[in-house]
Ligand binder design. Structure first.
Ligand code: RP5
Length: 160
C-alpha cells in the first residue's frame, strides 16, 4: 500500500523529481511513482487519483513544467493534500510552471514547493511531515535526519 503518490507530467521531468523518491526511500515511506499528464492523459490522471486514494494514498506530489496543470488537475479530484513541484522546462526558467502551480482558485489549494530538485526534496520532507502527524516512528526518523543535516552544517563550518 502506497502512502504517497508521485506524479510527473513527462519522462523528461525524471531527473528533477527522482530526489523526491530518494528521500521517501530514506524515510521508509511507501510510494507510487508514475508519469501522467493533465493534458495528454487526463482520463488516466483522474483514474489514478481515484484508484490510489481508494488504495490508501494520503498525499499526492505532482511535478510538471510549462503549463504545469497536473497538480491543479489532481487537486480538483481529491481533498488529500496535493504538493506541487514546478519544473523548469522552457526559456521562462520555470516561472511559467511556478505560477501555474501556485495560482489555484479558492478551495482547491496546491502546496507549492520550490522549482526542480530543491522543490522535489522539500515535497518529500513536507509529505513526510504530514504523514508524521499520525506516525510517531516516522516523526523520530525525521528528527534524526534533521539532526544529521544540522551536524553536517556545523562540521562544514569547522572545516573552512
Ligand atoms: C510538461 O511539459 C511536462 O511536465 C514537462 O515538464 C514539459 C515537457 O514535456 P515533454 O515534451 O518533455 O514530454 O507537461
Amino acid at each position: 500500500m502506497s502512502q504517497v503518490a508521485i506524479f510527473m507530467g513527462s519522462k523528461s521531468d525524471e531527473a528533477m523529481v527522482r530526489p523526491c523518491a530518494d528521500i521517501l526511500d530514506s524515510l521508509k515511506i511507501s510510494y507510487t511513482f508514475t508519469i501522467t499528464s493533465a493534458h495528454r492523459t487526463p482520463e488516466r490522471t483522474a483514474r489514478l487519483v481515484q484508484e490510489l486514494e481508494e488504495a490508501g494514498v494520503q498525499v499526492f506530489i505532482c511535478a510538471a513544467g510549462l503549463a504545469a496543470h497536473l497538480a491543479g488537475a489532481v487537486a480538483a479530484k481529491t481533498i488529500r493534500p496535493v504538493l506541487g513541484i514546478p519544473i523548469t522546462a522552457s526559456p521562462l526558467g520555470g516561472l511559467d510552471a511556478l505560477l501555474a502551480t501556485v495560482q489555484m482558485p479558492p478551495g482547491f489549494p496546491v502546496g507549492t514547493l520550490a522549482l526542480d530538485k530543491v522543490g522535489a526534496r522539500n515535497a518529500a520532507w513536507l509529505a513526510a511531515q504530514i504523514l508524521a502527524l499520525q506516525d510517531q516512528d516516522l516523526s523520530k526518523r525525521i528528527e534524526q535526519a534533521r539532526q544529521k543535516m544540522i551536524a553536517q552544517v556545523e562540521e562544514d563550518a569547522q572545516s573552512l
